[in-house]
Write a protein that binds this ligand. Sequence first.
Ligand SMILES: NC(=O)C1=CN([C@@H]2O[C@H](COP(=O)(O)OP(=O)(O)OC[C@H]3O[C@@H](n4cnc5c(N)ncnc54)[C@H](OP(=O)(O)O)[C@@H]3O)[C@@H](O)[C@H]2O)C=CC1
Ligand SMILES: O=CC(=O)O
Length: 325
Amino acid sequence: MKPKVVAYKKIPKEIEEFIAETCEITFCGNLNDENRADFLEKIQEAAGLIGSGLKVDKELLDQMPALKIVSNMSVGYDNLDVQELTKRHILATNTPDVLNETTADTIFGLLLATARRFPELHNYVKDGRWKEIIGEDLFGVDVHHKVLGIIGMGRIGTVIAKRAHLGFGMEILYHNRSRHQEAEHQYGATYCSLDELLQKSDFVCLMTPLTPHTEHLIGEREFRLMKKTAIFINGSRGKTVNEQDLVRALENREILAAGLDVFQKEPIDPDHPLLKLENVVLLPHVGSATYETRFAMAKLAAENLVKGLQGEHPPSLINPEVLGK
Ligand SMILES: NC(=O)C1=CN([C@@H]2O[C@H](COP(=O)(O)OP(=O)(O)OC[C@H]3O[C@@H](n4cnc5c(N)ncnc54)[C@H](OP(=O)(O)O)[C@@H]3O)[C@@H](O)[C@H]2O)C=CC1
Ligand SMILES: O=CC(=O)O
């Protein structure tokens, strides 16, 4: 009998067919208040889960006694209680690397759009308000040859540094808990403390995972340390930033502007104060959202799932302890 798999995200036909060769696959929407009963019924006998964003905690795991693997279709896995999964000998996998370049494009694009005020200018032209040569009230600030501070110089941070350094002649500062040799040697990145990075950077880009150590890593104190002309970019997770403090810093012009792809609550509430500010550029969590990259992520997630269910080592296993490695 084929193992039962529940997919709570749409996946390309070709990937679905690959999974269906060895598994019995069922689809359902991501868990929400309306579909809770149906969702819980569908996952009861699941040996595998595939999708993204689902909070997999003790309570949910108690509903899935047969579960062997959770294949997360994202690189970030703050939605998984990995400790609990490991305790129950359930494999957890993610999709690193295949999305590095696309996410770096998005985050660097967001940085450019925020500095040069593209959305505001786009609306200015579209609304028919362009009647004469524009004045300095619509000017942006330069990106090239400025200082970019990257907090979280990992797989994606490094590719952002590559674009910034080689393409835009930017000086790169970074902060991690450990040194990153490739970023230092290839992109001239300089390691510094968090406070030094905040004080010296023209652009502060946050790219860490969300962990207990990075939750609210950036708040009132950190915004006060930034330059008044700084632009803050968040491509990590919403909860790495204290959103109330961010709103205050933007309202009080403690920083110049912010470009955000992630929010504390997603989708963001329509009456959230961030939506009323002019000095922000907001994206609906689209770091990796291209056809090609989402396909590559689905493919890797499917490979992880199938390998795990066949008792083999999945290519991107988060908790190798489960296999005794
Ligand atoms: N907006 C979007 O659509 C996307 C968002 N993401 C987010 O980006 C995150 C990063 O992805 P990726 O680059 O692949 O991950 P990596 O693990 O490769 O990089 C993360 C970096 O953060 C650093 N870091 C971790 N904890 C801390 C800390 N407490 N203080 C300072 N630095 C820290 C790590 O260095 P060290 O261990 O030395 O501290 C590491 O270099 C994901 O976890 C996800 O949340 C990813 C893809 C798309
Ligand atoms: O946010 C996206 C991810 O892959 O993590």
